[in-house]
Ligand binder design. Structure first.
Ligand SMILES: [Zn+2]
Ligand SMILES: [Zn+2]
Length: 139
């Protein structure tokens, strides 16, 4: 599936071919911290087909919870994380951050990885009070 997307500030835009049957939620502690939220949602890029249309990426290398060295790429202007892939050109999973994909509504997770570090509440949010937008909050 051909997709496009970009970062929060708009400096980085890209296109890629992804496998919509390979979308996962990742509960690893790296994804929690690097995303600044509860878990990551990742879609697999097919054959390194990711290409930048505009902007440039900065990257950071990290030994992941899996023990593999990963290259984490992000927008140097706004910090939006864009992808993670094996460092140094070694073969392996090239994961695009699903929240940056324009067509993300079509990307439905099929599994949860690193369940052992999942924040327990992530397993059921359907019972929480819900609002269609931002509710009035009294200071
Ligand atoms: Zn940006
Ligand atoms: Zn992760």
């Amino acid at each position: 599936m051909k997709v496009d997307g970009g970062c929060f500030c708009g400096a980085v835009t890209y296109e890629a071919e992804v496998d919509p049957t390979k979308v996962v939620i990742c509960h690893c502690t790296d994804c929690q911290t690097n995303s600044g939220t509860a878990y990551g949602v990742v879609v697999v890029v097919v054959d390194d087909s990711f290409s930048l249309r505009t902007g440039s990426l900065k990257s950071f290398e990290k030994v992941a919870d899996s023990g593999q060295r990963r290259e984490l790429a992000f927008c140097p202007e706004c910090g939006t994380r864009i992808y993670a892939r094996p460092a140094g050109g070694t073969p392996g999973v090239f994961g695009l951050r699903a929240g940056t994909v324009t067509q993300r509504e079509a990307l439905k997770p099929i599994a949860q990885l690193w369940r052992k570090s999942a924040l327990p509440w992530t397993q059921d949010i359907s019972s929480l009070p819900s609002f269609e937008g931002q509710p009035q909050v009294k200071p």
